[in-house]
Design a protein around this ligand. Structure first.
Ligand code: GRF
Length: 214
């Protein structure tokens, strides 16, 4: 896997921890960022994984930046590309050829609350249920076919901080369990959406409290 991350890198860390615990049979071959100071880079380097940052301001356009970023990603020849807190829009030119092997984790129950500040959006909408989704990446922002989700309750008195912490805690097992299915090649992207063991999914897989898909 190659992991793209712009910041903290706790989802990257969840993958690294599962790999080192022997519970995820996969490997991270490179971490890539659009921010030179992203803590995710340090998490990778701490365990000997190559970490590479490119600064968008060094490129004349978004397309030029994307092309350089994916030139770097291609050098590690990943089977899967994981966007884990990668905060820049990716253009169709780099996404389209890679959609079937590129996923993103997004902190909402898609299609609700696309884009930024999803916890604020959920609170403003008065939602009683929130959560996170893992989806294949297409050129539509947070719009690709959804593979899996985990629901999280919104509780009385929640603010963005408390709600985002409750969601983040569930994002980590959601990402690890979804990557496990991808690594086992049980999940794929078909013409009409997500396939599990070659059959169309009726809806996104739901992660239960025991961290298994229901
Ligand atoms: C997560 O909430 C992820 O869903 C979103 O950005 C955040 C990244 O967190 N896309 P981290 O960098 O993995 O800690």
């Amino acid at each position: 896997m190659a992991v793209l991350a712009s910041g903290r890198g706790s989802n990257l860390q969840a993958l690294l921890d599962a790999i080192s615990a022997g519970t995820l049979d996969a490997g991270v071959v490179g971490v890539f960022s659009d921010r030179v100071g992203a803590p995710a880079l340090a998490r990778a380097r701490a365990v000997g994984i190559s970490a590479h940052a490119l600064s968008p301001r060094d490129y004349p356009s978004r397309d030029a930046f994307d092309a350089a970023l994916f030139d770097a990603v291609d050098t590690v020849a990943p089977d899967l590309i994981i966007c884990a807190g990668y905060m820049r829009l990716l253009g169709a030119a780099v996404v389209a050829p890679r959609s079937a092997r590129m996923i993103n984790i997004h902190p909402s129950l898609l299609p609700d609350f696309k884009g930024l500040r999803t916890h604020r959006q959920a609170l403003a909408a008065g939602a009683s249920r929130h959560g996170a989704s893992v989806h294949f990446v297409t050129a539509a922002l947070d719009g690709g076919p959804v593979i899996s989700q985990v629901p999280v309750p919104v509780l009385p008195g929640d603010d963005e901080t408390s709600l985002s912490a409750r969601v983040l805690e569930r994002e980590h097992p959601l990402l690890v369990e979804t990557v496990r299915l991808l690594a086992q090649r049980r999940i794929s992207l078909g013409d009409d959406g997500v396939l599990l063991d070659g059959r169309s999914l009726a809806g996104p897989l739901q992660l239960a409290a025991n961290n298994r898909f229901a």
